[in-house]
Design a protein around this ligand. Sequence first.
Ligand SMILES: *[C@@H]1O[C@H](CO)[C@@H](O)[C@H](O)[C@H]1NC(C)=O
Ligand SMILES: *[C@@H]1O[C@H](CO)[C@@H](O)[C@H](O)[C@H]1NC(C)=O
Length: 416
Amino acid sequence: MLILDVLSPLLLLSILLPGYGCRAADIPEDTTSEFSVRLYQRLQAAGGQDNIIFSPLSVAVALGMVELGARGASLEEIRQAVGFSHLLPGVEFSLLQNLTAALLDDDSHYVIRFANSLFLQEGVTFNPEFLHLMKKYFRADVETVDFSESSAVAEQVNKWVENHTDSKIRALLSADDFSSVTRLTLVNAVYFRGSWKNQFRPENTRTFSFSRDDGSEVQTLMMYQQGDFYYGEFSDGSQEAGGVYQVLEMPYEGEDMSMMIVLPRQEVPLASLEPIIKAPLLEEWANNVKRQKVEVYLPRFKVEQKIDLKDTLQELGIKNIFTNNADLSAMTDVEDLYIGKAVQKAYLEVTEEGAEGAVGSGMIALTRTLVLYPQVMADHPFFFIIRNRRTGSILFMGRVMTPEIIDPNDHDFDSM
Ligand SMILES: *[C@@H]1O[C@H](CO)[C@@H](O)[C@H](O)[C@H]1NC(C)=O
Ligand SMILES: *[C@@H]1O[C@H](CO)[C@@H](O)[C@H](O)[C@H]1NC(C)=O
């Protein structure tokens, strides 16, 4: 019995700003948003009151790597679940390649690094065509390790991940994650760092109360600015979803990437809104937000999550690759190869301008009394996505139930 591990550590550091691009004819269109939303709904169902962060695009890329080595039901389940079944067989690899390439434009104002690597067991022979295609489509490095030396392998993989994620993801794996039956590990890391097009001024950041959905309050650092963003108010017409909610799209510098924040009304728990989130709705939001001046209150936040993709993907119909019946014969002639482990780790930090943005302790008074523009006050849980505005690719999706909590002893408390 052989085990194939798929690891998708993801890393994201962000600074924010808005930008616009229009889709040119040669720009690929991501077709995986349905899959992304289904993944989110599974995580939401399992997530209680926790923050959520994952990278749909990175999961799609990791699965693309597996699919490259798969045949039969193993291959078909992936195509179906991820949203490629309308494409001619094999076209999805070129699509994934183009979608990742679209993020790596030389003139981009942000940093995105996709780091894909395949760690092979010494002595196991992989199909040369498979290795060739891995390089071609996924720029995957291939390294040989001896999985029986589990501590050494864990260290090697962790170093690699660390190196490709600006040290934001450390100690992803431990020796326990490998055994003498492990033969292949796929590591997939994404690192993103962008600057907001309109940065928040650190001196406008102050302590603020954030109301969690369980009714408790925490003190957080709330950033503030008045600026031109993309904004809209939406309603699905049902009271269950809490009536009208706000969508704010804040581009990053260069305007190719943006963060979209979806905020229910103050008294409406995010859990009321989450069930209505569907792929077509993401599109509707993107198409209907309008450029205008908005007053934005957004907490600094840091979200991090390690996801067991094996459980989650099985719930979405990708089962075969995790069983003895897996057909990974395009990868190697070795029999009984299946995926024993699939993990993704994602990390996102949002600050005034970037991860290291300093926070001034001096506060300006924030006032709710005079509202000239629509006001987005994210002082309660919200949903977010970070997407490529040209291709629709969703780099990150998640929610903030609890932002970065500050120690009350460290800061001034100017209450509203
Ligand atoms: C990917 O880009 C190449 C080069 O522009 C193009 O030939 C190919 O058709 C694209 N593939 C897909 C699936 O869009
Ligand atoms: C880290 O990455 C750089 C460039 O990406 C590379 O030159 C270097 O060898 C890497 N170090 C390790 C330990 O992998």
